[in-house]
Design a protein around this ligand. Structure first.
Ligand code: SF4
Length: 326
């Protein structure tokens, strides 16, 4: 295995099984994240992005969630077979996750300083005063003043809380940071500040990152690589440059067409018709076929192959935009 690969996900399938139905949330995805690289995982709600993240963290609620097939290799070890103790260690020192809503990560009845210190003390054998010092340093790095150490989460604004959560995720120097829509709940100016902090810290600590978002602009500002998810599949992936300059999958094209273009007043917003399929009742063949304007008979019955060269891959029966690729 390439030593630079921090995370290697192979043929991952994740289902949620209840008495009434089986929701196929992730349906055979493959991707890698290298040391220091950031991958943007993009898609609509229900595409399987968060299920992918929770699977990597080994936090899929079981039942009803089951990893049915595949591998999740973190630093060369398939974490699917981890013991609870190994998962705890991995979540402390290996992989950290930032959620959309900072309150899911913060305990409302503990001061911010105490709960961050507790995280350090759980994972490292250092004294309380050393832990406090580490917490204060990290809070200051993310722009939270040291005199806020004894404040409770409700005393912070949304943007400040997300800064605290970012500091919390970095306390134990993770190799990989998974940020699940970290700026969606924030207003636009604060979003830019939080993204800036994430970018700076990633560089400073040489961290790899998976950024989960529905926002192609955020990925362009933050990531080197991108994977577009639809109905539990990665339908297109490659470097941001490759995919943004020449999207090869009709769904990716649709995502770009639905973004208003500031430099072209005549350009119309073209939304993708229809809604993402229900994971408990996925269409046969290509899962995107009910919404695809290029759909042919074969698309309704056969799963499309993966096409493309080098790192730029897409999943379609046809190479519809090949002329533009030349
Ligand atoms: Fe569209 Fe067919 Fe390609 Fe699916 S396989 S994206 S339905 S053209």
């Amino acid at each position: 295995m390439d030593k630079n690969i921090v995370l290697d996900v192979k043929n991952l399938h994740v289902h949620y099984v209840t008495d009434d139905a089986t929701a196929k949330a992730v349906n055979g995805i493959d991707f890698q994240v290298k040391e220091g690289e950031a991958l943007g995982l993009v898609g609509e709600t229900g595409a399987g992005k968060t299920t992918t993240a929770l699977s990597i963290m080994q936090l899929i609620p079981d039942p009803p969630g089951i990893i049915v097939d595949g591998e999740i290799n973190f630093e060369g070890k398939n974490v699917i077979y981890n013991t609870d103790k190994e998962n705890q260690a991995m979540r402390g020192n290996g992989i950290a996750m930032i959620f959309q809503d900072p309150m899911t990560a913060l305990n409302p009845v503990m001061t911010v300083g105490d709960q961050l210190s507790e995280v350090v003390l759980t994972h490292e054998k250092i004294s309380k005063s050393e832990a406090k010092q580490r917490v204060i340093e990290l809070l200051e790095i993310v722009g939270v003043k040291r005199d806020r150490y004894d404040d409770y989460p409700h005393q912070f604004s949304g943007g400040q809380k997300q800064r605290v959560v970012i500091a919390m995720s970095l306390l134990c120097n993770p190799k990989l940071l998974i940020a699940d829509e970290p700026t969606t709940a924030l207003d636009v100016t604060i979003q830019a500040q939080v993204l800036d902090i994430i970018n700076q810290l990633r560089e400073k600590y040489k961290m790899s990152m998976i950024l989960i978002t529905h926002d192609l602009g955020v990925v362009a500002e933050t990531c080197e690589n991108v994977a577009i998810m639809y109905a539990g599949n990665i339908v297109e992936s490659g470097s941001v440059k490759e995919v943004y300059l020449n999207p090869r999958h009709p769904y990716t094209r649709g995502l770009f067409d639905s973004i208003p273009k500031l430099d072209d007043e005549s350009a119309e917003l073209v939304p993708i018709e229809g809604a993402i399929s229900n994971a408990a009742d996925l269409p046969t063949g290509c899962h995107f076929h009910p919404r695809c304007r290029y759909c042919q008979e074969i698309c309704k019955h056969q799963r499309p192959p993966q096409r493309g060269t080098g790192s730029h891959k897409f999943m379609c029966h046809f190479d519809l935009f090949s002329e533009e690729a030349k």
